[in-house]
Design a protein around this ligand. Sequence first.
Ligand code: C5P
Length: 301
Amino acid sequence: MITGSQTDEAEVVETASAKINLALHVTGQRADGYHLLDSIVTFATDAFDRLSFLPADRDSFTLGGRFGPLLSPEATGQDGNLVLKARDLLRAALAGEGVSMPPVAIRLEKNLPVASGIGGGSADAAATLRGLLRFWGASLPEDALFALALRLGADVPMCLSSRPLRARGIGEDIVALPAMPALSMVLANPMKGVSTPEIFRRLQEKNNSPIGATPTGSDTTEWIALLASARNDLEPSARASLPEIAEISQMLSESGALLIRMSGSGATCFGLYVDHAAAEAAATRLSRKRPDWYFQATRTA
Ligand code: C5P
């Protein structure tokens, strides 16, 4: 688990790691419209937002980082909203147990592209829950925390642990994958936001096969063979609405990636490389080609 760090006496800091769907099969649809998924998910160790929590006279929320200017501190932005929603839901849940929590100044350093399929908003919400529990010195039973996370979004519970996992249901039926080896990759985003509901709506085939059995050991070749046999079923509809996804996949391919795939509902794609040096060299070359796009080399959890 990625644990937060205590920077000074009063400040609590949490990282919110990018979530990467290494494979994502859509296997059905619930009566309420939500889609049933089968997804192998991991988290980036070198691509994350950072949240800090400080004592204050009244609640506040400020933004920084490369993509902070894209969000509104008044919380009209998608990600900003989830941080404040998480704070308010958690405070209400604790108040329900008879504990009143003091004001908090929250700062979000937004380093991950917004609406980009790597769960930045979900990771921020999960990190807010983890960080505020530490900041307030409070605790909730695990199942209550999980339920609260799920109310914030289908991907928020999986972001609580930030460890490799397989998710089924709408994303809330989670099994940890402790044997998954760390992988070296480049995350690549063409700086265009994607609407998740729209990509799901455009989906043609909703009853696809599940992903095969995951290896029991930690052999990288076996894991990559499994991933190569899998897909992201949202990729065709995302590619149809955003031609840059094909362009960025081509760039990753030319840079020597072994496997290239889109994460979540896009538009971020990842390329896997033989080792971290190859991933870093590729990220540097790709950034030179398109300085306006997002390329980040990272290992996975
Ligand atoms: O749960 P969350 O707010 O992150 O989901 C955003 C939207 O994505 C939902 O309103 C729904 O349209 C779509 N979605 C889905 N099936 C899922 C997860 C999300 O259809 N399993």
